[in-house]
Design a protein around this ligand. Structure first.
Ligand code: ZN
Length: 461
């Protein structure tokens, strides 16, 4: 078996691994490069392999950095199946349609500017039609713990990665000349002790583990501490009759925060108040969560089976239309969840413009904020920010809560890798310092050989 990393090798985004085994050629994930102009330019480059020559794609989960180039792959001639779980198909469908829609809007803006500057304008990576065309190739026949025969002597098992709804790590088993070898692709692994999706399953022993390293250099605060911090932020702000604005990623974080707010309400640790989920994408994705109770943690499964919703409780309002969203401007003493998660666009900008200058309001940051984003500026204590070209004073209290990560921390990664002692680890999906820290930890604490995956160079098993 030969594995070549063409993305998320020596970096975080654009996950894409080519597997060649027993004459079959497969991709594990085909994600978008994200974060900055240089990184994003790579999405337009032709694939360093022939998409027509692929037998299939195995998709670990529906985050854009794992599925975001699939429509492009199909445009360039890939005609094989995209094998994944039923929940991931639904999540990826919504995420990719949204991405195509945003690319189209961005294209229209650039086209207008290009007309004035006389510069050529690059078309979008793919259209909404391309996404619909690609969806026909999805085969949601992967079920947790049910091995699939991909080719003679080649089997794949999708197992719960506990990262987001439907997420899987994939064990690939190859039988060659009477010997059996196993390579395990971690995809993204979940954080221990989250409440919406279960903890990651522990893998079987393997010969090679291709493992993500996002937080290979640190441990998270516990989820319980973070829920306590959230309760404090809500109580302090509501006592002052201010609004709590929570910039939220539509996938997983929105559902996590809604569930925790529901739990705090049920335990009467926060008062009754209006809670707005002001994001059509997050609302749609919440519907997918409710349709797949089997992928959720036990408590939530039980709630859904007994007809109770973990996400829709007293006070919660799903605001889909622009008019409903605008009406929130007149509300005080509410919790407002809106995207984008890093405040780079979307409805949250309107809510920040209406609340940041108010001393009684607060902004609760619950996710990673990349350098250069408005969210990062708020975390770093900016006194003034610009929103829609207007200077806004930051008087609201800014809370940063770090324990809601959907990624395993260093301890979680080492725990997951435990059964693979005796095999090798190939480290992917991390920034340089995280990769190096995890490499040292895997070697010292597990006694395993650990290699940082070289971009574009094959690794043989
Ligand atoms: Zn992910």
């Amino acid at each position: 078996m030969k594995i070549t990393g063409f993305g998320a090798a020596e970096g975080v985004t654009g996950s894409c691994h080519l597997v060649e085994a027993n004459g079959a050629r497969l991709l594990v994930d085909c994600g978008l490069h994200q974060g900055g102009h240089q990184e994003e330019k790579r999405n337009w480059q032709t694939f360093p392999f022939d998409p027509q020559g692929l037998d299939g794609v195995l998709l670990t989960h529906g985050h854009l950095d794992h599925c975001g180039r699939l429509p492009r792959l199909v445009k360039e001639g890939f005609r094989g199946p995209i094998i994944t779980t039923a929940a991931t198909r639904e999540v990826a469908r919504l995420i990719l349609l949204d991405a195509a829609h945003l690319q189209h809007e961005d294209f229209l803006v650039r086209k207008r500017k290009a007309r004035r500057s006389g510069q050529p304008v690059r078309p979008p990576l793919y259209s909404v039609e391309d996404v619909f065309y690609m969806l026909d190739q999805f085969e949601p026949r992967a079920q947790y713990e049910q091995p699939l025969e991909l080719a003679p002597g080649l089997r794949a098992s999708f197992r719960d990665a506990g990262h987001i709804l439907g997420s899987a790590f994939i064990e690939l088993e190859l039988e060659e000349d009477g010997t059996r070898k196993r390579t395990t692709f971690s995809g993204d692994l979940g954080n221990l002790g989250q409440h919406v999706v279960p903890d990651p399953v522990i893998p079987d022993r393997c010969d090679l583990a291709v493992v993500e390293s996002t937080y290979g250099d640190r441990n998270h605060r516990s989820v319980e501490d973070s829920v306590e911090e959230l309760a404090d932020a809500v109580n302090t702000t509501l006592e002052q009759k201010g609004n709590v604005v929570i910039p939220t990623f539509a996938l997983e974080r929105a559902q996590d925060v809604l569930f925790y707010l529901g739990q705090l309400r049920r335990e009467e640790r926060i008062p009754e108040c209006p809670i707005f989920l002001d994001s059509p994408l997050a609302i749609d994705i919440t519907g997918v969560y409710r349709r797949h109770p089997g992928c959720l943690e036990g408590t939530l499964q039980g709630m859904i089976e007994s007809g109770e919703s973990p996400f829709l409780f007293e006070g919660v309002r799903f605001t889909r239309t622009v008019e409903e969203s605008k009406e929130i401007n007149d509300v005080r003493g509410a919790i407002i969840m809106a995207g984008s998660g890093m405040c780079t666009g979307g409805r949250v900008l309107h809510h920040l413009r209406h609340n940041l200058w108010r001393e009684e309001a607060s902004v609760v940051i619950v996710g990673y904020q990349a350098r250069g984003t408005l969210g990062r500026a708020l975390v770093e204590g900016a006194k003034n920010v610009r929103i829609f070209g207007e200077e806004i004073a930051v008087k609201a209290k800014i809370y940063t809560i770090n324990g809601f990560s959907a990624h395993a921390d260093r301890a979680g990664l080492l725990r997951w890798l435990g059964p693979c002692r005796g095999g090798r680890a190939l480290l992917v999906h991390g920034e340089g310092h995280a990769l190096k820290a995890l490499q040292t930890a895997v070697q010292d604490e597990l006694g395993m050989e650990a290699q940082i995956a070289p971009l574009g160079e094959p690794v043989n098993l």
